[in-house]
Ligand binder design. Sequence first.
Ligand SMILES: Cc1cc2nc3c(=O)[nH]c(=O)nc-3n(C[C@H](O)[C@H](O)[C@H](O)COP(=O)(O)OP(=O)(O)OC[C@H]3O[C@@H](n4cnc5c(N)ncnc54)[C@H](O)[C@@H]3O)c2cc1C
Length: 228
Amino acid sequence: MAKPATELLGPAGLVALKNLREEGFHATGFDRNEYVGGLWQYSAKEQTSVMETTRVNISKERGCFTDFPFPEDVSSHPAAAQVQQYLIDYTSHFKLGPYMRLSTSIEQITFNEGRQQWVLNIQGGDEEYYDKVVVAIGGMIGKANLPVVEGIERFAGSSVHSQGFKRPKDYENKRVMVVGFSNSAADTATQLVGMANKVYMAHRHGARIVCSIVRPEIASILILTLNL
Ligand SMILES: Cc1cc2nc3c(=O)[nH]c(=O)nc-3n(C[C@H](O)[C@H](O)[C@H](O)COP(=O)(O)OP(=O)(O)OC[C@H]3O[C@@H](n4cnc5c(N)ncnc54)[C@H](O)[C@@H]3O)c2cc1C
């Protein structure tokens, strides 16, 4: 007998919802956003999201659901907005809409021993009971982890975690240091080009930038940077 289940609706939650329903579970997907797609939807709010210029760092041939390829006219490394559209199309194709509850934040999940069921505390006060719970949160959507930089309090300018970097225009004509050299740093620096006066990148290990497409006829298999 199928049992209710629940999860959250980024890419991982969407595929979990689809697979659970295919297996006959009465699954429901929850997300606190008013849209599906998780962080692939650019958001100007104070929450983790892609930047407007983000491109996916694995190819669409490798980074797609096995039963739902990207459209042919999308380039091998789609822009974030194309990934988001892909996730919306996935939702429609597998008719997941009726099983989703968007704009619904889960506050707490506990196990009720008496009922042998999971209790979901939903923001606003409601409690709901489920037999199984799948939590599908990538782990990058929490509070930003800002490292302690000795002496930063003496720095007269402003400093911000990349999670809070939303408006490149705020950096117009400024000298900006981007700390780090992985994907978010690359996205941040790219957005600052033509806006900031100077952009510097600080990285502790060094990095080698390699092309994401080795041979045009072979889908990309490489990540963008390699630590030295
Ligand atoms: C800026 C950035 C760029 C990235 N680029 C790439 C890339 O190019 N290639 C790649 O493979 N990966 C990339 N990643 C990694 C990324 O984490 C994954 O690609 C993917 O989005 C993770 O999917 P997910 O479903 O696990 O999580 P998410 O997409 O984070 O979705 C989690 C969902 O859970 C919801 N949620 C969280 N808490 C609650 C709650 N309490 N109640 C209700 N809903 C809740 C959120 O609203 C969100 O919609 C990137 C990550 C970041 C931050």
